[in-house]
Design a protein around this ligand. Structure first.
Ligand SMILES: Cc1ncc(COP(=O)(O)O)c(C=O)c1O
Length: 430
C-alpha cells in the first residue's frame, strides 16, 4: 500500500504549483538538486572530512564533497570552506563555538529589526551561552547606523561582531564593519543566508575580503538544498594559542572544522552535500547571474508598484530580493494580511517592523521576496500584476469573493509558468 506521506507530498507539489510564492527565504530547487537529495547518498556515514574519514567506503562521497568545496570556493572567492553544516543555524552555532568561550561578548543585529535568532537571541543557544548586545536600524530611516555600531562596539568591547539579516532590504558595508572590528580587536562574522545568491552573482558587496568568517544557508537566493556552509576569504593562525602536536599554531579552519564536528554535529548528510555540489555548479553558470539580476530587478518593480498603490515600503525600496511593507496605514496587522493573502493563493510572512508596537505573532508588516517567482520565470510586468493582486486583497479585507476570484486568476495565470517537477512531487532522475 502506498504510504499516505506520498499523498501529502503530491498535495504540497500542487500547492507550490498553484499559488504565488513570495516568502523571501524560499525558492524552487532544480530537479537535479532534488534528485541528489533523494539519492543513495542518504545511506552513507562519513564522519570526518574528505580523505580523513572515520568510516570506510567513502571514496565516492569524498569526490562529491571535494566538488562541493571547490565549486563553493569559486563562487565566493573563498580560500577555505566547510560544506557540512546541516543548515544555517548549525553554521552559526559552530562559528560562535569556535570564536567565543561561554560568557564572552557578541555584538549583533537586533532580531526585532531584521536579525536572526541564531545571532544571540535569548531563545537560542547563542543568547544563552554568550553575553549579547544588539545594534539596530535608525527609527527615522530604518537604515543601519554605522556610527551607532561603532559606538556600541567601543563601549561593549565584543569579541565577535556579527552582521547579516533575515529581513533587511539594503546592502551591508562590510569594509566599514571591518574597520570597527579592527578598532576594538573583534572578529567580524557575516551571515549571508539571505542574499548569498546575489553575492555569488557579484551583484551585492562580497563580505569575504572583509570578514574573518562568513556563514550562509544554501536554499534561499542560492537556490540549492536546505543546508548551510562556512567560509573564509583567507585562513589565519588561530589567536587562542592552540597548537598542533608538532607545536605549530592550528589554523582557524581547523578550529572551525572541529567546532562543527564533533562540536555540534555528528555525521554529515552526504545527500545534502551532493545537492549543494549540484546547486553550486548551477550557480556558476552564466544563467544564474541573469537569474540573480532578475531577482533584484523584480524586487524593485514590486516595491515601486506597491508604493504607487499607497503602501509604505520600508527604506523606500530595496537593494536585494526583499520588500518590507509597513501595513499600519492600511489598518491591517501583518497577521491579518498573511491570512487574507493565503486565502487568495499568495504566500507571504508577517514580519515585525523595527520598533513595532505589535507583538511578533501579530506584527505590523509583511515581508515579500522575489527569488521563487523569478525562478518560475516572472519578470517585472508579472510582479506589477502581483502588486495589483496584493492590493486588491488587502483593500477588500471583508470580501471573501475577491479572494476567491483572485485565487482562480492566479491559478490560471501560473499555468504559463510550470514548475519543472512531476505531478507526484517526487523527483527520481538525475
Ligand atoms: C540570516 C539567517 N541566518 C540563519 C538562518 C537559519 O537557517 P536555517 O533555517 O537553515 O537553520 C536563517 C533562516 O531563516 C537566516 O535568515
Amino acid at each position: 500500500m502506498r504510504d499516505p506521506v506520498f499523498d501529502w507530498i503530491e498535495a504540497e507539489q500542487r500547492r507550490q504549483a498553484e499559488g504565488l510564492e513570495l516568502i523571501a527565504s524560499e525558492n524552487y530547487a532544480s530537479p537535479a538538486v532534488l534528485a541528489a537529495l533523494g539519492s543513495v547518498l542518504n545511506n552513507k556515514y562519513a564522519e570526518g572530512l574528505p580523505g580523513k574519514r572515520y568510516y570506510g567506503g567513502c571514496a565516492y562521497v569524498d569526490e562529491v564533497e571535494r566538488l562541493a568545496q571547490e565549486r563553493l570556493k569559486a563562487l565566493f572567492g573563498a580560500e577555505w570552506v566547510n560544506v557540512q553544516p546541516h543548515s544555517g543555524a548549525q553554521a552559526n552555532a559552530a562559528v560562535l563555538l569556535a570564536l567565543l568561550r561561554p560568557g564572552e561578548k557578541l555584538l549583533s543585529f537586533e532580531l526585532a529589526h531584521g536579525g536572526h535568532l541564531t545571532h544571540g537571541s535569548p531563545l537560542n543557544s547563542s543568547g544563552k551561552l554568550y553575553a549579547v548586545m544588539h545594534y539596530g536600524v535608525r527609527p527615522d530611516t530604518y537604515l543601519l547606523d554605522y556610527d551607532e555600531i561603532r559606538d556600541k562596539a567601543r563601549k561593549f568591547q565584543p569579541k565577535v561582531i556579527m552582521c547579516g539579516a533575515s529581513s533587511y532590504p539594503r546592502d551591508w558595508d562590510y569594509a566599514t564593519l571591518r574597520s570597527i572590528a579592527d578598532e576594538v580587536g573583534a572578529f567580524l562574522v557575516a551571515d549571508i543566508a539571505h542574499p548569498a545568491g546575489l553575492i555569488a552573482a557579484r551583484l551585492l558587496n562580497n563580505p569575504l575580503p572583509h570578514c574573518h568568517v562568513v556563514t550562509s544557508t544554501t536554499h534561499k537566493t542560492l537556490r540549492g538544498p536546505r543546508g548551510g556552509v562556512i567560509m573564509m576569504g583567507k585562513d589565519f593562525d588561530n589567536p587562542f594559542g592552540e597548537t598542533t602536536p608538532k607545536g605549530t599554531p592550528k589554523k582557524m579552519s581547523t578550529l572551525l572544522d572541529a567546532a562543527l564536528f564533533p562540536g555540534i554535529q555528528g555525521g554529515p548528510h552526504m545527500h545534502g552535500i551532493a545537492g549543494k555540489a549540484v546547486a553550486f555548479g548551477e550557480a556558476l553558470e552564466p544563467a544564474f547571474r541573469t537569474y540573480a539580476e532578475n531577482v533584484i530587478r523584480n524586487a524593485r518593480a514590486l516595491a515601486q508598484a506597491l508604493i504607487e498603490r499607497g503602501y509604505t515600503v520600508l527604506t523606500g525600496g530595496t537593494d536585494n530580493h526583499i520588500v518590507l511593507l509597513d501595513l499600519r496605514n492600511k489598518g491591517l496587522t501583518g497577521r491579518d494580511a498573511e491570512t487574507l493573502l493565503e486565502e487568495a493563493g499568495i504566500t507571504v510572512n508577517k514580519n515585525l517592523i523595527p520598533y513595532d508596537p505589535q507583538p511578533p505573532l501579530k506584527a505590523s508588516g509583511i515581508r515579500l521576496g522575489t527569488p521563487a517567482l523569478t525562478t518560475r520565470g516572472f519578470g517585472e510586468e508579472d510582479f506589477r500584476r502581483v502588486a495589483g493582486w496584493i492590493d486588491a486583497v488587502l483593500s477588500h479585507p471583508t470580501d471573501a469573493e475577491v479572494r476567491r476570484r483572485i485565487r482562480e486568476e492566479i491559478r490560471a495565470y501560473l499555468e504559463a509558468f510550470p514548475l519543472p517537477y512531476p505531478p507526484t512531487g517526487v523527483v527520481a532522475v538525475g
